[in-house]
Design a protein. Structure first.
Length: 103
């Protein structure tokens, strides 16, 4: 996979973070203190992404034909998990988040 964009972040919060990748609705639990590396390739937008930060988690929006790899503390995480925790954890917070996507 040719990597066109790389994003790194650390979950510095006191709790695990819910990371959701759209449009696939893949969900990842990011441990407190964990280092995360995202590699995005392809896509109509040339690997571009949109990131929405919400209390308790973040949502990353990719084009439908983009590919992403998610690493936590250097270990690649399996994709395809679609538990829909996003609706329960992030959807309830839409009133406080002030995001147009959740209205």
């Amino acid at each position: 996979m040719k990597h066109e964009q790389e994003i790194r972040f650390i979950n510095g919060g006191p709790d695990r973070l819910l990371l959701v990748i759209e449009p696939a609705s893949s969900e990842f639990r990011i441990d407190c203190g964990a280092s995360v590396r995202l590699l995005v390739a392809g896509g109509a937008g040339g690997g571009s992404m949109e990131i929405e930060y919400l209390p308790g988690g973040m949502v990353i929006y990719l084009s439908a034909d983009a590919a992403i790899q998610v690493f936590q503390n250097g270990r690649r995480l399996a994709q395809g998990k679609r538990t829909r925790h996003m609706e329960a954890r992030l959807g309830q917070r839409k009133a406080t988040a002030g995001s147009a996507r959740w209205t």
